[in-house]
Design a protein around this ligand. Structure first.
Ligand code: PMP
Length: 356
């Protein structure tokens, strides 16, 4: 029986996407060939890449606004390097918001390229909130932030309005809520949360920000080269891109980001209401910064741990333990997670309360 998968990533995809991607491995487009054995330059795969790139921009409301979408390899972690390589000038400077482990990993990489200003950090409070009230230096080459902190269950609800390029790591909440995406100049997101399997990263770039930093950029790290090659500079990760396309098509048919945002808000409210109501549990993130994708919570009394763990496992739930740096539990309720699965978890929490 299929489990209720709360894994933080790689994570749940919709049943339709699992079925169609499995079918494409056996026989892609009735071609008598698997998607795994055809040329990435074949007509059928070029069509996949083009539709995925166009649909990503469409769903973000960025079509015709000077943006390009790429599906690259190397994970979101490679974008920690590509962003400064493409935007930071020699002797230049970048501004970063330190809101979590992944933001901090991005900062570490930027330091290799030049002065890296941390405008604010919530590290001292174990990243339990999003820092606010900071100033971004106007002479920075760009500002970098992380929209959703996967490990700590916090999410930026507002973004600073700046006159410098804004780079945002949206790995764990891309396509989950409506934002004015034109406020960002580079958006990147590893596929393995809201799009597909691990192996590709969606990078959305406002073309006008490129080519201004005067650096010689190695070809594979040069956004402009990938754009010129239409995301086929080298052999792209064909299966993760195809699976991502299936997810984007599913989302489009559902009504796009606005439609999924409504469902995501309902799922998050269902779970947070139970965490706040049930005397056995408490949330770990500041209430105003709570993530609608990763819900982190603790048992008030660790003595109930074995009972609770046995109960959610018996309810066919998987992937609930929290990250080691927070402990407790983390329910990742990405786009593909149905509200019925969230209800199963809430019912287990209620059953624990009744049992102890
Ligand atoms: N940024 C965020 C917000 C993440 O959650 C993750 C992975 N969980 C990463 C970056 C790193 O992604 P990858 O493993 O694809 O390099």
């Amino acid at each position: 029986m299929k489990k209720h998968n709360y894994s933080a990533g790689p994570s749940i995809l919709t049943p339709e996407v699992f079925e169609k991607s499995a079918q494409a491995i056996l026989d892609f487009n009735n071609s008598g060939l698997s998607i795994l054995e055809i040329s990435h330059r074949s007509k059928d795969f070029v069509a996949v890449m083009e539709e995925a790139r166009a649909l990503a921009l469409d769903l973000l409301g960025l079509t015709g606004k000077g943006y390009q979408a790429l599906f690259l390899a190397g994970g979101a972690s490679l974008e920690f390097i590509m962003a400064p390589y493409n935007l930071m000038k020699e002797g230049g400077k970048a501004a970063y918001l330190d809101s979590g482990t992944w933001a901090s990993a991005a900062i570490k990489e930027a330091k290799a390229f030049g002065e890296t200003v941390i405008v604010a950090s919530s590290k001292e409070q174990n990243y339990n909130h999003i820092p606010k009230g900071y100033t971004v230096p106007e002479d920075a080459d760009y500002f970098h932030c992380t929209s959703n902190n996967t490990i700590f269950g916090t999410q930026m609800k507002e973004f600073p309005k700046l006159n410098i390029p804004v780079v945002c790591d949206m790995s764990s909440d891309i396509f989950s809520r409506v934002l004015d995406f034109t406020q960002f100049d580079i958006i990147y997101a590893g596929a393995q949360k809201n799009m597909g399997p691990a192996g590709t990263t969606l990078v959305v770039i406002k073309e006008e920000v490129l080519g201004k930093n005067g650096r010689v950029i190695p070809s594979m790290l040069d956004y402009a080269k990938h754009i010129k090659a239409e995301s086929m500079y080298n052999t792209p990760p064909v299966f993760p891109v195809y699976t991502s396309l299936l997810t984007l098509q599913w989302l489009k048919n559902l009504g796009g980001v606005a439609a999924i945002e409504k469902i995501n808000n309902e799922k998050a409210a269902l779970l947070y209401n139970e965490i706040d109501r049930n005397p056995l549990f408490r949330g770990t993130a500041a209430v105003e910064d709570r993530s609608n994708m990763n819900v982190t919570f603790l048992l008030n009394d660790e003595a109930h741990k074995d009972t609770f763990d046995a109960m959610w496992k018996a309810a066919n739930i998987s992937g609930l333990p929290g990250h080691r740096s927070v402990g407790g539990y983390r329910a990742s309720i990405y786009n593909a997670m149905p509200i019925e699965s969230v209800q199963v978890l809430v019912d287990v929490m209620k059953a624990l309360e009744a049992a102890v």
